[in-house]
Design a protein around this ligand. Structure first.
Ligand code: ADP
Ligand code: GLC
Length: 492
């Protein structure tokens, strides 16, 4: 296949900035595309936590037209994704990105200038291509934060010679967050008010950036096959199902992969001992270490983990409702996460109430998340919706069986336990209620205690699954090819 120039435009990218799985994807997929011979690069903000001293500053500042605000100038730094020669460009604009947090203030409310912050990033990406004389065949944006770039390509840059052979892809990681802003943002986008209509950018009299991306991208992907179907329905479409339906023929579902440089129990640098499907005994050492770290007694009971953003999407309210029933079983639970403020108090209280059974750490801690994946026996994901979900894949590779609500990527990537044959890689339930959750945890706990052979076989099977990025990267390659074909023929 022809070598493609691919520009990822992302609001977060591991290891530089991460709040969730989008960062994992933006940090891994370009590396895999590079291995396939493409020139993939990433553009992202230079947030406060990203050390400029470790990066190279490009000599000339970049001018970014911001419509009614006028032209704004920013610095550009260049770095590399670890273990690769994939270039990452950091848009340096102190006033927008010089903050500890990526999106929200200390009260978990979105920053009031998020509209300008991310329109700026999207427009800077376009301008950067020209400044570097990088001619992308594919502009690949992610979620609402960068979907203005899809709109720019078909409007402001439609007849720009520099983007003559460029198609754009929008990957939807989460339909719930849409980037809805006051209509005056049209004057900053500067694409012309004629695009402020229900078929393109407007939704409920506001600018809806995700909608603009959905309607203007050459093609769209969602991060699992199941989610690509779900977003066409009112239940999961979050009001944009009709817009998504108009693009149903241009919408693919591609399951995310796992970056095995980061997530592999044989080599994980955050673990004191390593293990594989052939011998799981070191996993017990890691369980004891985890119990110690969380101040739980070193008992031989199933240890169930949650690592999550503590928000309704993840069904954390249902877990909260079920928690007393769950802890009436002879189990232990550990929880790592942060999110809605009430959860911090609630689970803190639960930990005080059940000191021998439940422990939690509120916060974001990457190394600890690895130790939890390795040390736990079971991993709980009662997500209300889950576009893909990475933790169930990490869990399976670490022999930590997921207990999951069968939606989105959880449905696509967890094979339900069959008591008769012993097949499966996890425990699934349908219908998100506290009762169903408790019953399914009970089922998993019962299996752990009473069907040890089945449990071990499932662990081995889960650990042998191939979640590497190779396969998905090849599917993205096909998507890019198809998008280019449609863009050339103006078929979208
Ligand atoms: P989402 O992106 O919706 O949050 P994913 O399952 O796709 O869900 O990705 C979540 C990623 O963020 C995983 O890599 C997970 O380990 C990580 N993560 C979530 N919360 C924490 C936390 N509190 N500390 C460390 N890592 C976390
Ligand atoms: C979003 C989704 C999650 C997905 C991740 C990476 O944050 O909530 O399900 O795994 O993006 O695509």
């Amino acid at each position: 296949m022809e070598k493609l120039n691919i520009l990822f435009v992302a609001s977060e990218c591991y290891p530089f900035a991460k709040t969730g799985g989008l960062a994992d994807v933006a940090g891994a997929l370009p590396k895999e595309l590079r291995k396939l011979g493409h020139d993939a690069r990433v553009v992202m903000p230079r947030y406060y936590g990203i050390d400029r001293d470790k990066l190279k500053k490009l000599p000339a500042p970049l001018g970014v037209p911001m419509g009614i605000i006028g032209e704004m100038w920013c610095g550009i730094y260049e770095g590399r994704l670890p273990n690769s020669d994939v270039k990452v460009y950091f848009v340096d604009y102190e006033l927008f990105y010089g903050r500890e947090s990526l999106y929200n203030d200390e009260n978990s409310a979105g920053f009031i200038d998020n509209d300008n912050r991310f329109v700026f990033l999207s427009r800077a990406a376009m301008q950067l291509c020209k400044a570097l004389d990088f001619r992308p065949h594919i502009l690949h944006t992610h979620d609402w934060h960068t979907s203005a770039a899809n709109l720019f390509l078909t409007t402001i840059y439609a007849n720009d010679e520099h983007f003559k052979r460029c198609a754009s892809i929008l990957t939807i990681h989460n339909m719930q967050y849409q980037g809805e802003f006051y209509s005056g943002l049209m004057n900053v986008l500067d694409v012309g008010w004629e695009h402020f209509n229900f078929r393109e950018v407007e939704m409920d009299d506001k600018v809806n950036l995700l909608k603009a991306g959905i309607t203007h991208a050459t093609m769209i992907s969602a991060v699992s096959p199941k989610y690509s179907q779900e977003i066409l329905t009112p239940e999961f479409g979050c009001g944009l199902d009709a817009a998504a339906q108009t693009r149903a023929n241009d919408l693919w579902g591609i399951l995310n992969g796992v970056d095995t440089d980061e997530w592999d129990p044989k080599t994980d640098r955050h673990l004191s001992v390593h293990y594989d499907a052939g011998d799981l005994t070191p996993k017990l050492t890691l369980k004891r270490e985890l119990q110690k770290e969380f101040n739980l007694p070193p008992r031989d009971v199933p240890l169930i983990a949650i690592v999550s953003r503590l928000v309704k999407q993840k069904g954390i309210d249902v877990a909260a409702e079920a928690i007393h029933d769950l802890l009436s079983m002879d189990i232990q639970m550990v929880l790592l996460g942060s999110g809605e403020v009430w959860t911090h108090f609630y689970f803190g209280d639960i930990a005080r109430f059940y000191p021998k059974r439940f422990a939690c750490k509120i916060g974001f801690d990457n190394a600890l998340s690895h130790r939890i994946e390795a040390g736990a026996d079971l991993f709980l994901m009662p997500s209300r919706f889950e576009p893909c979900g990475l933790n169930q894949m990490y869990s399976q590779l670490y022999g930590t069986l997921p207990i999951a609500h069968g939606v989105g990527g959880l449905e696509d990537s967890v094979q339900n336990y069959d008591e008769k044959t012993g097949e499966g890689t996890g425990f699934k339930f349908y219908g998100l209620t506290a009762k169903n959750l408790v019953n399914t945890v009970g089922w998993a706990v019962h299996t752990w205690y009473n069907k040890k052979d089945h449990f071990l076989t499932m662990q081995r099977r889960a650990m042998s699954l191939n979640y590497g990025w190779e396969r998905s990267a090849k599917t993205y390659e096909l998507l890019y090819k198809e998008a280019l074909r449609r863009a050339q023929k103006r078929l979208f």
